[in-house]
Write a protein that binds this ligand. Structure first.
Ligand SMILES: Cc1ncc(COP(=O)(O)O)c(C=O)c1O
Length: 400
């Protein structure tokens, strides 16, 4: 498969490629040596000069990380904050909306059926306090959010929030979030988009998507260090959020009983942060920007589609990816074999895949679909040979 990406160079710059065929990039991707070096260098600086002093020394570079994140998402730096994870940004935004008065009792929250557990659980938790109701919008037969059904649900009125998922953790489909947010916006609903599985593998432009809040993580397709994430908050919308977990960096304590929240996404930022991994995230984002997201998504999509084809051709193997538009997540089952058995067999020959269970996405898995699927998620640095190794393992397990 030809690609403008120099795969050999990318592999040489990725130490993990020498030891494993890593097809678990939807879990946590392999970082480059450059990202690793950035993290280690800053930890060393902290040890040599003191943590606060080291942070002061890299203040400009930390600002540059936000600028890179903004370039990646197509927004202003003031609209993006670096967080510890997707869920951290999401939780702060959701409770910020509640405390800001955006979830009045009796109002409705709409959610799509490929929602991830941490997002749905957050809705349940917040609704328990707010007195809002949660409604799952039907999907079309292929699992995509049904835009007609979404339109009908919005027409019922009283929708405070629509919680949408760009790419689910499972089944490889890409939801039409830009179309969905347009419908929601027209109906006056706030829109939060989970882009955790899309940022870093697909072009994600918040201007095109048109949402109020979007969250992502660093360790997956962006190839950043663990413990990093991003939250985008649309300019002008941040004023409606009063996030929980504030301190002297997110707010100013300007009276005994009074505080002023920082402007924009800065109100999501706290004082104590792991500077080293955040600098590492910046290195990873810069690398993604250098390659270009169109180029990345083309190669990831091509590898995944090839893998789907090879797996589907095997008797007894079923690929479960839905949607008209698909991405780098390939999910399948093997007749008569537990998903964990398939993943362990792959691991035994040096191929990493993961298993997604129903509790991670219980509105979509289960019922006529399996409760558990094997997930293979190639990144641009993977090779067709590595995919073939997985196919060989699966073929050996498949019934004859
Ligand atoms: C679709 C989706 N959303 C959200 C998350 C949560 O991300 P994090 O663990 O960074 O909070 C995940 C993690 O797997 C995910 O797959």
């Amino acid at each position: 498969m030809s690609s403008p990406i120099d795969v050999a160079a990318e592999r040489a710059a990725t130490p993990g490629c020498a030891t494993v065929a890593h097809l678990n990039n939807a879990g946590a991707a392999l970082p480059t040596s450059a990202t690793l070096d950035t993290v280690i260098a800053h930890l060393r600086l902290e040890a040599e000069m003191g943590g606060y002093e080291a942070e002061a020394a890299v203040r400009d570079r930390m600002a540059a990380v936000r600028a890179s994140a903004a370039a990646l998402l197509g927004c202003d730096a003031a609209e993006v904050a670096v967080t510890g994870s997707d869920t951290e940004g999401w939780t702060k935004a959701l409770w910020g909306l509640l405390l800001g008065g955006g979830l009045p009792a009796g109002r409705r929250i709409l959610v799509d059926r490929i929602a991830y557990d941490s997002h749905y659980l957050g809705l349940v938790q917040a609704s328990g306090v707010a007195g809002t109701t949660i409604e799952a919008v039907p999907s079309t037969a292929d699992g995509t959010v049904d835009l007609d059904a979404l339109g009908d649900a919005l027409a019922g009125g009283g929708v405070a929030l629509a919680s949408l998922t760009h790419v689910g953790t499972h089944r490889g489909l890409v939801n039409p979030v830009a179309e969905a947010t347009r419908l929601c916006r027209d109906a006056g609903a706030v829109t939060f988009v989970d882009a955790c599985q899309s940022v870093g593998q697909l072009p994600v432009d918040v201007g095109v998507i048109g949402c109020d809040v979007l969250t992502a993580t660093g360790r997956k397709w962006l190839r950043g260090p663990r413990g990093t994430g991003l939250v985008y908050v649309r300019s002008g919308f941040a004023d409606r959020l009063r996030p929980i977990g504030i301190d002297g960096r997110s707010a100013t304590w300007d009276g005994d009983d009074h505080y002023e929240l920082e402007d924009g996404a800065q109100r999501f930022v706290v004082f104590e942060t792991p500077v080293a991994v955040r600098l590492g995230l910046g290195t990873a984002i810069d690398h993604a920007l250098d390659l270009g997201m169109d180029t990345v998504s083309e190669r990831v999509g091509g590898l995944a589609e090839g893998l789907r084809g090879s797996l589907s051709a095997l008797d007894g193997v079923e690929v479960h990816d839905g949607g008209k538009v698909r991405c780098g997540i390939v999910t399948f089952t093997v007749a008569g074999r537990a998903t964990t058995e398939v993943a362990a067999a792959a691991r035994a020959v040096g191929v990493n895949v993961s298993v997604t269970e129903r509790p991670a996405a219980r509105l979509d898995l289960g019922g006529s679909r399996p409760d558990s699927v094997v997930r293979a998620s190639p990144h641009y640095y993977n090779t067709v040979d590595e995919l073939d190794r997985l196919v060989e393992v699966v073929a050996a397990l498949a019934p004859r």
